[in-house]
Ligand binder design. Structure first.
Ligand code: 8YV
Length: 314
């Protein structure tokens, strides 16, 4: 008999097909009446397949008394209630490493794109302003500037390595100094990091402890010429303080791949011209998403075969 699994969100077809071949899949995201749906199938669920941003709340975990494992399509596990899992010995897996390069690439691309005004420049050409009004307004340099990396984990490290190629001066904050950081300066205090940075990359794994780590003080320290680039989670930034500072020009610019309440982001963002807004797609390449889907399935397969999990969180 195929094990029954609860699927929290849609996957591409190349992931749906093998999942359905191997498991009896119950699609939570398609159920109209979620509570009734869980009341009916919850007792049969042995695994949850979810996505980074969807996770699994305590409610859902409790509605599945025979749950053994949660497999996340994404590296972030902040949306899974880990305490609820620990209480019941439920295993949790994620998809680290396979997405690191793409997330770092997009972060760096966002910095370049916003700093050099590439979106506006494209409109300048397409809209005929180049011919009518002449040259595009001058923008800001990136190479040789100071970059701060808040969270030197896998993704932060790859961001910093890329920035080094642009001849940037690199500093980072983390819980402790990292031996792999080589010549990059360690600055434990995020405010001090922001003070010395032109570009502040937010790359740390989100948790209750990192909520609003980028607060009004950090934002002010970055200042009216500074830019924030966030490819982690929205909760790492105090979004209201960010919007206030962007509107008042106390922060120069922000390039964001993540938002509170996404995809229904705060309409204040849409009125700003000092932002670059991206639809949470830092890991969104065909190659990486295929690797993530495979890892979701290999974690589930290892669990049901009684083998060691390839990429466990818990
Ligand atoms: C994905 C993510 O966009 O890795 C994560 O934690 O949030 C992203 O890579 C997401 O998990 C896909 O649903």
């Amino acid at each position: 008999m195929k094990p029954t699994i609860l699927q929290m969100g849609a996957y591409p077809e190349w992931d749906e097909v093998p999942l359905q071949e191997t498991y009896d899949v119950r699609r939570y995201f398609e159920a109209k009446y979620k509570d009734d749906f869980l009341a009916k199938c919850g007792g049969n669920i042995r695994a949850i397949a979810t996505r980074g941003e969807l996770g699994a709340s305590r409610n859902i975990i409790e509605a599945c008394p025979n749950l053994e494992i949660i497999s996340i399509y994404g590296v972030g596990f902040d949306a899974v209630d880990l305490d609820a899992c620990r209480e019941r010995g439920i295993r949790v897996t994620n998809t680290p490493d396979v997405l690191t390069g793409d997330v770092a690439d997009l972060g760096v691309a966002m910095m370049l794109c916003l700093s050099r005004g590439m979106i506006g420049a494209e409109e300048w050409v397409r809209g005929g302003n180049w011919a009518k009004q002449g040259n595009y307004p001058l923008k800001r340099r990136v190479w040789g500037c100071h970059a701060g990396v808040l969270g030197l984990g896998r993704i932060g490290f790859e961001v910093a390595r890329r920035l080094q190629g642009f001849g940037m001066e690199i500093a980072y904050s983390d819980i402790a100094e990292k031996p792999e950081a080589g010549g990059w300066a360690f600055e434990p205090d995020p405010v001090a990091l922001a003070t010395r940075s032109d570009f502040l990359f937010v790359t740390l794994a989100a948790s209750a402890a990192t909520r609003h780590i980028v607060n009004a003080e950090v934002i002010e320290a970055l200042g009216s010429d500074g830019m924030i680039i966030n490819v982690s989670r929205a909760s790492n930034i105090d979004e209201k303080a960010l919007l206030d500072a962007l509107e008042a020009g106390r922060l120069g610019a922000a390039a964001l791949d993540v938002f509170e309440n996404s995809p229904a982001l705060d309409p204040r963002f849409l009125a700003l011209d000092n932002v670059l807004l991206q639809p949470h797609h830092a890991s969104g390449t065909l190659e990486t998403r295929k690797a993530m889907g495979e890892l979701v399935r290999s974690n589930l397969a290892a669990h049901f075969a009684g083998l060691e999990l390839p990429t466990p969180v818990l």
